[in-house]
Design a protein around this ligand. Structure first.
Ligand code: TRP
Length: 343
């Protein structure tokens, strides 16, 4: 069975973009058709200035929302990265296979490093080495497919390069993964700036619908979405990005087609109203399940504990094999049989 691995970074509240573009498909398709792992990648949240209490809170919230969105711990593995040591164990080996030039070429690093420098004066070394940890996340599990947005495909490409290089130098150890693009037509854009993605990390948000926004807040945000000049409703991403975004959100929520939907609206106002209603309806069960899960924190803790145990058992043999392959002397514990003399 295909193994799928994806990660959610707890650096902001999850958004409608995360849900329609990724989470919904994980629950509807991936967990049924693949051997799927979904990881709250909390170590990655420490690569820029962070507030410890907030990271902790967002990690738990992300886990709860993944379960609320329909991920079933009987069908897939949901866990927290820092609960499984194999990620950092493998990350170091991959740092010994990657080059500093490769890391410095990453677009995300080139964009974020100057921002961090402007903000606080310094850039954490982990921001540079982050892709090695991300590669470890993926390679430790022998993942075949990694569903990610376009902003992450470069990191998955690097992961492939590192896997191939490691295998060539030290013997076949890793599965070479590939990035799978998010669901077509589910690229949700910022309601106030429809040419940029509705990301979770750009946290100030009249243009961002958060999964836990109250229904009236959702309505307000959608009703205030920027629309384009012109009055007729047409689906044209280039010329009318604001209206196209609303049509695509509506289509994603109702299962329609954005081009066809355009024909049934005579005004922007009516489109906004229906889109607002559709979003509220899509988020309703999610909010309700989230609330129920919050009332039962022991359940979520249990899911994460079992998930980490399962994840560790999957990752351990691969990471141990990588340690041996690269030349590290295996530790012999009292319980182990005598070391093989041939080594
Ligand atoms: N870098 C990803 C992001 O910023 C999160 C991530 C970390 C990830 N490790 C991963 C995604 C492994 C997929 C697979 O969104």
């Amino acid at each position: 069975m295909t193994r799928v691995f994806s990660g959610v970074k707890p650096t902001g509240h999850l958004t409608l973009g995360n849900y329609l573009g990724a989470m919904r498909r994980w629950a509807a398709v991936d967990q049924h058709e693949a051997d799927a792992l979904f990881c709250i990648v909390d170590l990655h949240a420490l690569t820029v200035e962070h507030d410890p209490a907030r990271v902790r809170r967002l990690s738990r919230q992300a886990a709860t929302l993944l379960l609320a969105s329909g991920l079933d711990p009987e069908l897939c593995t949901v866990f927290v990265q820092s609960h499984v040591d194999e990620h950092t164990r493998l990350s170091y080996l991959l740092e010994c296979v990657a080059t500093d030039g490769e890391m410095r070429r990453m677009i995300q690093y080139k964009e974020k490093a100057p921002r961090e420098r402007a903000r606080g004066g310094s850039v954490r070394l982990s921001l540079l080495t982050y892709p090695a940890l991300m590669a470890a996340d993926i390679l430790a599990y022998g993942a075949d497919e990694v569903p990610v947005g376009d902003d992450q495909t470069q990191h998955v490409e690097l992961t492939r390069d590192l896997a191939v290089r490691f295998n060539q130098r030290y013997g076949h150890t890793f599965t070479v993964p590939k990035a799978t693009p998010p669901t077509v037509g589910a690229r949700v854009m910022n309601l106030q700036d429809p040419t940029s993605k509705m990301g979770k990390s750009d946290d100030a948000g009249p243009g961002i619908v958060y999964l836990l926004d109250e229904p009236d807040v959702v309505r307000k945000k959608v009703m205030r979405a920027v629309t384009d000049s012109g009055r007729d409703v047409v689906h044209d991403r280039e010329e009318r990005p604001g209206v196209a975004n609303l049509l695509e959100i509506l289509a994603a929520c109702t299962g329609g087609d954005p081009k066809e939907l355009a024909g049934s609206y005579a005004s922007y106002g009516a489109l906004k109203k229906d889109t607002a209603d559709a979003v509220v309806e899509v988020l309703r069960p999610l909010r309700e399940r989230h609330q129920a899960l919050c009332a039962d924190p022991g359940y979520v803790d249990g899911v994460l504990r079992d998930g980490a145990e399962r994840a560790r058992a999957m990752a351990r043999p691969t990471v141990d094999a990588a340690y041996r392959a690269i030349g590290l002397l295996p530790a012999v514990s009292g319980a182990d049989p005598a070391p093989n003399a041939a080594r």
